[in-house]
Design a protein. Sequence first.
Length: 411
Amino acid sequence: MEGKNAVTAMQLPLSMRLLNQLGSGMGRMAFELNTDQLMAEARKQTGLNDFGGEAFIEPLRRLTRALEEEGDLSLVGRLSIRRGLLRLLVQRLHIAADLTRNPEIREVPIERPVFILGFMRTGTTLLFNLLARMPGARAPKMWELLWPSPPPDPATEASDPRIERARLFAEQAHKALPAMKTIHPFEPTAPEECLFLLGLSFTDFAAESRAHLPGYMSWLMNTDRVPAYRYYREVLQLLTWKSRAHHLVLKSPIHLYSLDALLTVFPDARIIQTHRDPREVVASGCSMYEASRVLSVRNHDPVALGRQWLDTWGQAMDRAMAVRAKASPEQFLDVHYDELMADPTGQVQRIHRWAGLGGEEVAAGVVQSWLAENPRHKHGVHQYTLEHYGLDAQRVAERFRAYTEHFNVLK
């Protein structure tokens, strides 16, 4: 039965549950999410004033207002989100300073990048890690995405202090969100998702993973995402200024929402879309959101989460399909989950031939090496059910019928 006090399968550590109880009455007053205050604090921390334009301010105001008015945040969630917003603002200040000191960064070519997108739990992470290891590939690592400034330098990469900061970040995240280590573990020096960079513009579809924000998500669905992708491109230029490679490999399910903006800013992008039966995906995606929400909100309802996930990600796929219908078919390659799992080497070779990247002869060694280091269920078994989120296979299949029929996804 749906209800505000629905029991969740995931629990915060006892220390954080106690902190939430003790701070339930004072969190909002002491740690308000206020755009002007956050910007002032970021300026004070850095001694810098230029955030690199003002296009981010309205999205940030809408996001902070939604978090305050709709988010039902716990004290721990409020502190965590506030720290994350402040980190993004501080990075914007540093990035703007980097671009001012080194205007040639804006001339760094971003040519024919490879993007991996698809629903979460469809093999995107596996494929991303394999393609990132292939010759000539450059995939941003977690520590670079969290703190892009100053521009990473291959000469000092092994000793960069941001690696240790990212290790502590991952350690704290896994302590606060134990389930996330099984679902999507954080690895400081491994390739990581674009959502860390897309969040710098605060037009952030991942925000819904932290709290139910219907007003913000409705606005976001109808706002122009091109400015955010232009800024994202600038940050990619900064990241590759001193450490260029033959091609960039990038990945995030979030790109499904904004495929039109992505193609506007990266018109020569090569896009790989992964596919899997939604009946095997939706509950896993919901559990990823739940692992984050139990940290952030006071009253988590998994049934409401299931309904919201199905709605917003259904819209994401509808939007992506509409964009693909108008785009050049040669720009896209479809990879089915079962085929990827059955023959990862063959799929990597197929992708490299399609994209004209070369190096197919080393794919078997790359794949075998990565799989040996990262056996399946290395961090435990991820368990989930549709029923926990108030869903069933028939409802999921019906919502994604157009998608599964178009891409021949169902078994």
